[in-house]
Ligand binder design. Sequence first.
Ligand code: ADP
Length: 303
Amino acid sequence: QIIVIGSSNTDMVVKAAKLPGPGETILGGTFLMNPGGKGANQAMAAQRLGESKVIFIAKIGSDVFGQEAIDGFKRAGMDTRFVLKDGTAPSGIALISVDEQGENAIMVAPGANANLSAVEVAVALDACPEAELVLLQLEIPLDTVERSVVACAQKGIRVILNPAPARNLSDEILKHLYLITPNETEAELLTGVTVTDLDSARRAARILHDEKGVGNVIITLGAKGAFFYNTSLELLVPAPAVAAVDTTAAGDVFNGALVVALSEAMPLPDALAFACQAAALSVTRLGAQSSIPSRAEVNAALG
Ligand code: ADP
């Protein structure tokens, strides 16, 4: 059983000729509303790519945006018993402005995401005795992440943390992780090593594994692929070459695919290749959840 604990947002995107400056109004442009949030994106990826019903633990507001989000999760087949409704805070919203060059300006109001408490997560986890793998990110309170990670480790549940967006983490969180999946920026914040290539990725991974006690480390390297490191294996899986159209949520698809592969007990090199292939397909398509490939597409591309 796969559980994803994390954020749900609604992305409201306006594309116009240019971004407004302070006090400025830009007339014209087009509006798009998309479901988003790293937690929801990763849960949707795991649901679409795997065979089991993914349990999503999250918090939305009692408003139309939250209702739309829940309806989307249900349509995808997810278990939404623990998508909780906040009585007062609105649903998480990202206001995204994009200009003709693709440059963006983003404001995120976390709303209900900021109220998902460790106690609420603990109650949900207690109701899921079959849980084997838990996937988290950092768009919910850090205290909730820390206490949930410790609680899962104590239950013998393997925890995967995608430490995004980049934030500093306590040694207490790190030592309980089965797997951490930072990108280059996040790996640098966590280790102080500027990650640009295989050599620097190895140095950063060693700090997380050898010094901080993370069980397994995967550093995602964008178009260069992903680097894996643990006590007995070191591996660089190159990214399949694709024509990138939109890299939004590449990391989310990678993490969702990875948790599916691990739940199916795929050997690690195969799990990495699967996650890289799913992420590569996603960057050839526009959007976040709309860019998640199907299992059949990933299998076909893997050959
Ligand atoms: P994030 O999206 O979180 O910043 P990355 O940029 O490292 O993370 O991307 C995550 C994964 O997505 C990479 O490890 C790689 O497998 C895949 N990926 C990202 N960009 C590309 C690309 N241009 N071509 C192929 N695969 C990509």
